[in-house]
Ligand binder design. Structure first.
Ligand code: PLP
Length: 350
């Protein structure tokens, strides 16, 4: 995993072999379960990884924001799910342009969004696929009951340029199978056809068999790199982690304190399972207890030695937030720097 050469730090470093293994293992599981694999680009935001996933068999891509979808459409991907409510005139105009060059689906949890979506699709002269967003436990967006989901599905179905495609939820807690199964049954009874039941989340990916049926499609993002959170959730081991932040020890002002050159602008402020800000692989008994913008404060464990100048690798707590801080990912293969990938959808949060 560690490159043989010294890197200019901080840097986001990708282990190509591990990325390939993570993508292939999950595609094989989806194939085994008969699930469509629609990986989420919000984690890696690169065209290269999206392409690798599709070449391995992914049925299309999930994008959280229109901006990510635009980047992927520019790169030639033509089957895109925008898994975030598209709200506001500016965004609807962009949706029309996106629809003109790709097959697009999006989500709704509120009938007030439908006239705007219908107009955007009519302007493109193309049908827009719509999934009804269901809250099966997160308490984020989504309708709260199967009956409400089917009610909204019926309203979607009445718009000429909208196509009711099915249901979506995130993440996929234990109650999601019953909720979605009930929604599918009730939709069928009303003559609606939910062709897609889309679920997602890396922490529960290896229990996907418990949600098929009703699930027909699974969306994973973090699975490509993993991070401290997905390792803590049991979805991966540290040996699966395919992206680390390379940092340098820049100061040792006290026997138990080291400062690294990777602060909140290199790691993000997301806290991890130990309440710290990342795991230093070379100092596993130590903790990153605080961050400033450019500094990580490491409290050293008794066995750990971090001399000034040493390069270390940090497993971020939340890799999606960390990747969005970098223009490029350094790609390492067999211990050598093999190139770099542009984080093409970096900052495309609109
Ligand atoms: C709608 C949706 N689908 C899928 C995912 C992917 O989740 P994970 O990174 O746990 O795989 C997310 C993550 O936030 C999400 O919001």
């Amino acid at each position: 995993m560690a490159p043989d050469v010294e890197l200019d730090t901080p840097a986001a470093v990708v282990d190509l072999g591990r990325v390939r293994a993570n993508l292939a293992r999950w595609q094989a599981e989806c194939d085994r379960l008969g699930l469509a694999n629609r990986p989420h680009v919000k984690t890696h935001k690169t065209v290269e990884i999206a392409r690798m996933a599709v070449e391995l068999g992914a049925s299309g891509l999930t994008c959280q924001k229109l901006g990510e979808a635009e980047v992927m459409a520019d790169a030639g991907f033509d089957d895109l799910l925008v898994s975030f409510p598209v709200v506001g005139g500016g965004k609807l105009g962009r949706l029309t342009s996106l629809l003109a060059r790709a097959n697009v689906r999006t989500i709704v949890d509120d009938a007030t969004l439908l006239p705007g979506l219908d107009s955007a699709a009519s302007a493109a002269g193309k049908a827009l696929g719509v999934l009804v967003d269901c809250d099966t436990g997160l308490g984020r967006t989504g309708v709260g009951s199967p009956a409400d989901a089917v009610e909204l599905a019926g309203v979607v179905d009445g718009y000429p340029a909208l196509r009711f495609d099915g249901f979506l939820t995130y993440p996929s807690p234990p109650g999601a199978a019953a909720f979605l199964g009930e929604a599918v049954a009730q939709a069928g009874a009303r003559g609606l056809e939910p062709a897609v039941v889309s679920v997602g989340g890396t922490p529960s990916m290896w229990e996907a068999d418990q949600i098929v049926p009703p699930a027909t499609e699974y969306r994973v993002g973090t699975y490509v790199f993993h991070d401290r959170n997905t390792v803590a959730a049991g979805a991966a081991t540290l040996d699966d982690v395919a992206l680390t932040i390379a940092a340098t020890v820049v100061s040792r002002p006290a026997p138990d304190r080291a400062l690294l050159d990777a602060g909140s602008k290199a790691l993000s402020y997301d806290r991890g399972p130990d309440d710290g800000y990342g795991l230093v692989l070379e100092a596993p008994g130590s903790a990153i207890v605080n961050l400033n913008e450019e500094h990580a404060y490491v409290t050293l464990g008794p066995e750990d030695v971090l001399e000034v100048g040493r390069q270390v690798r940090i497993v971020p707590n939340h890799v999606c937030a960390a990747v969005n801080l970098y223009d490029e990912l350094v790609v390492v293969e067999n211990g050598r720097v093999a190139g770099s990938w542009k984080v093409a959808a970096r900052g495309r949060s609109r």
